[in-house]
Design a protein around this ligand. Structure first.
Ligand code: GLN
Length: 222
């Protein structure tokens, strides 16, 4: 959604990865980029990426006026990164500490942190690792009953302890990469959740590169 506003960190690559992993399995996929003013299309999965404070505020207004909330209530899924994560919550603060309302899909509040979190990052999700990078000034607090996506292994994530959140069909992380290109297993988790079935394994160069990144992380930790 709104790649001109929320495309600063290359998160549009998540859409390419999801559709390519379906096509390589002989399934069909169609990706639509939604621009401001477009009729909001019906989709199985809506993707939100990262962006700077100004465009993020504009995206918040556009999303509030859109049918995204109704679509999610009807069973659509959302995968959101960084600014996208912040937009799904109750409110978010931008540079200068002005507070803006979010979409209120989940009980998450983003305040301004003391320093910008910039650098490589890794999150443990269940027994597995998600690798990527982060670049944000926001610190996100999850309200009661909202589960984080995982625990921070490297970097800051929401609050230096947890990264992202998962509320049924709504997924969010602070990690860019694009995160689904760097972590193909997570792309398949999202696809399996959307389709309601386990997908057959798919060997790709991306999977081999992911293993190499995890090996480097283990070497760093040792
Ligand atoms: N503008 C937000 C922040 O700095 C989100 C940045 C991003 O999407 N990487 O917290």
């Amino acid at each position: 959604m709104f790649p001109e506003l929320l495309g600063t960190y290359g998160d549009g690559g998540n859409a390419l990865v999801l559709s390519e992993r379906l096509v390589r399995r002989g399934r069909s996929a169609s990706v639509t980029a939604i621009a401001p003013g477009d009729v909001f299309p019906e989709a199985d999965l809506y993707l939100l990426g990262g962006g700077e404070d100004g465009p993020q505020r504009l995206a918040a207004d556009l999303l509030a006026a859109s049918s995204l909330r109704a679509r999610v209530a009807d069973g659509a899924s959302v995968f959101a990164v960084c600014a996208g994560l912040q937009l799904l919550g109750t409110s978010f603060a931008v540079e200068g500490d002005a507070v803006y309302p979010g979409l209120d899909l989940v009980p998450a509040t983003t305040v301004r942190g003391p320093a910008r979190a910039v650098g490589d990052a890794a999150t443990r999700v269940g027994g597995r690792i998600v690798v990527g990078f982060e670049n944000h000034g926001g610190v996100t607090h999850l309200g009661a009953g909202l589960a984080p996506l995982g625990e921070v292994v490297v970097g800051h994530g929401n609050d230096a302890a947890h990264d992202g959140f998962r509320a049924g069909r709504v997924w969010a992380t602070y990690l860019h990469g694009p995160v689904l290109a760097q972590n193909p297993w997570l792309a398949d988790e999202v696809l399996s959740s959307v389709l309601g079935e386990r997908l057959e394994p798919l060997a790709s160069v991306a999977d081999a590169l992911y293993e190499a990144r995890c090996a480097r992380l283990r070497a760093m930790e040792a």
